[in-house]
Design a protein around this ligand. Structure first.
Ligand SMILES: [Zn+2]
Length: 293
């Protein structure tokens, strides 16, 4: 069974019924199942992404554990505590345009907790979206967010581009802000730029480099031998689940990245049903149920 990032057209399609049934289709995305994955990961060398490039597994495979926190920071904290309880460290990319990213709430404390548990906190970049959709200066936004995060004691050296709804609709890539990265991101669904004849002319974008903002890497451009993501789907539209993923079967010394989105994981099926159906109506119907990743 091959899993791949869905094309933007599929993600943008209005499918409210499918979305409302998603808790049943995705009932295996529970914290218990995630815990079972973590138990299997104890057989390999797990690193946060800032250590990925320099890591050598020797006789063990190396797995870089990545989380894109598109929504539900509280679910990220659950996963983070589970990982820390097993002595595992991961990277949490926090989305500066997400509803949870509100400095007036307990955001700084929650992010510090992630770091204090041993994890890395990185920035999930939505910079090109902000420039194109809201007319904001992305250099100013990035500088302001990094300054705040670092003042709060967080060590931010990594970014990862967010596949926003607008990015999919208009066929751009958030990492295009960084002029020192290639225009195309490996495996990213929005590689179908120009989907609707609205091809973006990147020459007009405001840009910057990773190093001038004190950043060392973009997670989508780390060399790896294999890549697994719960944002990938098979031909029948089923989301990839790590149930069948046995990291001990990875070749010794090989390097894999495993991406999960905390927003897809819940305490139980009833919790998942309650959450999705409560949110249900308005949001899902408005956006046709397509979720950014
Ligand atoms: Zn995302």
């Amino acid at each position: 069974m091959s899993y791949r990032p869905p094309p933007s057209a599929a993600l943008l399609r209005r499918r409210p019924v499918r979305s409302l049934l998603s808790p049943l289709r995705e009932r295996r995305f529970t914290y218990e199942a995630y815990g079972a994955l973590l138990d299997r990961l104890r057989q390999v060398r797990v690193v946060p992404l800032r250590e990925f490039e320099g890591s050598e597994g020797g006789h063990l495979p190396v797995v870089g554990l990545r989380h894109d926190v598109d929504s539900r920071l509280e679910s990220a904290l659950v996963l983070a505590r589970m990982e820390a309880g097993r002595g595992l460290r991961a990277t949490y990319f926090v989305l500066h345009t997400a509803p949870y990213y509100d400095r007036s709430t307990g955001l700084a404390g929650a992010l510090r907790e992630l770091q204090e548990l041993g994890h890395e906190v990185g920035l999930h970049s939505d910079l090109v979206t902000l420039e194109l959709a809201r007319g904001l200066d992305p250099r100013w936004v990035l500088a302001r967010e990094l300054e705040w995060l670092r003042r709060e004691g967080l060590e931010i050296v990594g970014v990862a581009g967010h596949g926003s709804y607008e990015a999919r609709k208009h066929g751009f890539l958030n990492h295009l802000f960084f002029s020192d990265l290639p225009a195309r991101a490996p495996r990213f669904p929005n590689n179908d730029v120009g989907l609707r004849g609205e091809k973006l002319d990147a020459s007009g974008l405001t840009r910057g480099t990773l190093s001038e903002f004190g950043l060392r890497y973009d997670a989508d451009f780390l060399d790896n031998d294999s890549y697994f993501a719960d944002s990938y789907f098979d031909e029948r539209g089923r989301r990839w689940h790590p149930d069948g993923f046995d990291p001990s079967h990875l070749p010794p010394g090989s390097k894999a990245i495993l991406l999960t989105h905390p927003c897809h994981w819940d305490a139980s099926l009833p919790a998942k049903v309650g959450r999705v159906w409560q949110r249900g109506g308005s949001a899902l119907l408005r956006r046709g149920g397509s979720e950014a990743e």
